[in-house]
Write a new protein. Sequence first.
Length: 147
Amino acid sequence: MSARSKARKRALDVLYEADIRGLAAADVLAATEQRRADEGQASMNAYVAEVVDGVTAHRAYIDELLASYSMGWTLERMPAVDRAILRIGAYELLWRDDVPDAVAIAEAVALAQDLSTDESSSFVNGLLGRLLELKPRLAVGPDTATA
């Protein structure tokens, strides 16, 4: 497993915990880093924080896109792990020029296959594929960030 794949999984853990516990992702990330330091473990890959911060910065717009294009599924109805996976995939797909589109989608699908329901990988693939089709027409940039 590549360093970035491991970082995505750790970012997923942070975003999932924040969602389930109703906490700020930045607080969960800081607590995770502190726990690792207290246990004498190495710091997490910097990409974990980049993904968590990016998803957090663009979450309102990401959630709007996911809700708009998830055919028959509300965000609240989706399993929390799927929401976190989709948020990471959408962030990488739309805001990370250093991540090829196919890689963003494949990594999200792999996380869904490993961590969610049997149907989740197809759902994640289809929804992120739809966002990829729409990407040239979507308004992404600093103005789609939220405070």
